[in-house]
Design a protein around this ligand. Structure first.
Ligand code: SF4
Length: 374
């Protein structure tokens, strides 16, 4: 388990100090070498590396081209519910947000949303929900996955942590990717921003990818929510350790990292700003040290920034996302989790990629073939 083998052996605040104390000489030494691994990450995340962004971008672009060529996978989130029992202080869906317009989609509404997404050409679909285990329970999720499994090229879930048996049930129905961001890996900060609900237990959340891996999931998306912790670089480092552990432990699985930045939601949380420059540095650092781990960029980021990052290591983009349940088929009354910054259509994102010499992959029939053979 990641908790015993890695997490409990490394101190968060010592990591903060280590990263902030790195010298320019150490960064130069690393960048002048030709082989990179996770031991180089503290230096590349450090304030000292901020002056070497151009060099880092060149290395990241070379490694990205070598390993991933010119393809970028496109996916769409399907929000099932914005109901939640947790009191996360930073999220629009939080139970403490009394003004929220809440909604859980009925099965027939989910079917319509699937249809609307598939019509855009995107067949990689991520099912997203707040934690409302009475309504969004295993029976409901089984029905939802059953509705989408034949038409989708891949189905992922971004929901609350489950135990091994429940992950196995969903895996058997056809869910293959688990996306679960740790928010922050620092225990003290985690407790501050998760004052109530089951999510209070940091270990339950950190363990979730291991439970899903044991249950047979094929892919994992991990990450940290930048803006929650003033020591963002240390959170990126821990997310990288988590990804590295999962890659070694579940070696057949696809692993990806995302670094969502906090956006305005319908509450009063004030994020610790992570500038575009820092954000880009962190992504480049991850691409340099990880040759085969995917990097995901959502519509939380602006179209200009997303366009500029193409070719520097991003492997998956969400496109034309709606972040409120029901948003693909109607002007939903439900409150979105956050307001998207890049609202371009799938065609516009594909055209942008083409202009840059990239191909957007919105569906993979071979994945459906493999799933059918299992
Ligand atoms: S972050 Fe997730 S668990 Fe927390 S309030 Fe939002 S939807 Fe609920």
């Amino acid at each position: 388990m990641f908790i015993d083998e890695v997490y409990e052996r490394i101190d968060f605040l010592e990591t903060v100090e280590k990263i902030s104390g790195i010298s320019r000489t150490a960064v130069e030494r690393i960048l002048s070498g030709r082989s990179f691994d996770i031991s180089a990450l503290p230096a590349l995340l450090s304030p000292a590396a901020a002056d070497y962004i151009e060099q880092m971008a060149q290395i990241a672009a070379e490694r990205s081209r070598e390993r991933f060529g010119n393809t970028i996978l496109l996916y769409a989130p399907l929000y099932l519910s914005n109901e939640c029992i947790n009191g996360c202080r930073y999220c629009g869906f939080s139970a403490i947000n009394k003004n929220l317009r809440r909604r859980t989609l009925t099965i027939s509404e989910v079917e319509r949303e699937f249809g609307a997404i598939i019509k855009t050409g995107i067949k990689h679909i991520l099912l997203v929900s707040g934690e409302q285990p009475i309504k969004v329970n295993i029976e409901y999720l089984k029905e939802v996955i059953g509705l989408g499994v034949d038409a989708a090229s891949s189905l992922g879930i971004e929901i609350y942590p489950l135990d091994i048996d429940d992950y196995k049930t969903l895996s058997d129905c056809g869910a293959e990717n688990l996306v679960i961001y740790q928010e922050t890996y620092e225990q003290k900060r985690y407790r501050q921003v998760h004052p109530s609900g089951k999510k209070k237990n940091i270990f339950w959340r950190i363990a979730a990818p291991d439970w899903a891996g044991i249950a047979g999931f094929w892919g994992f998306g991990v990450g940290a929510l930048l803006g929650l912790n003033e020591n963002a670089a240390a959170d990126v480092y821990f997310a990288a350790l988590h990804a590295d552990y999962l890659r070694n432990r579940y070696w057949r699985a696809n692993i990806s990292i995302s670094l969502p930045r906090l956006r305005y939601a319908e509450n009063l949380f004030k994020p610790h700003a992570v500038t575009d420059a820092k954000f880009v540095q962190y992504l480049l650092a991850l691409r340099i040290v990880f040759y085969d781990i995917g990097l995901t960029l959502s519509t939380r980021e602006t179209s200009a920034l997303r366009d500029n990052l193409i070719g520097l290591g991003i492997t998956q983009l969400s496109a034309a996302s709606k972040t409120e349940p029901g948003g693909y088929t109607e002007k939903s009354y439900a409150t979105p989790q956050f307001y998207v910054e890049d609202s371009r259509s799938v065609e516009e994102v594909l055209a942008m990629l083409k202009d840059k010499g990239f191909e957007g992959v919105a569906k993979d029939s071979w994945r459906q073939d493999i799933r059918a053979q299992r």
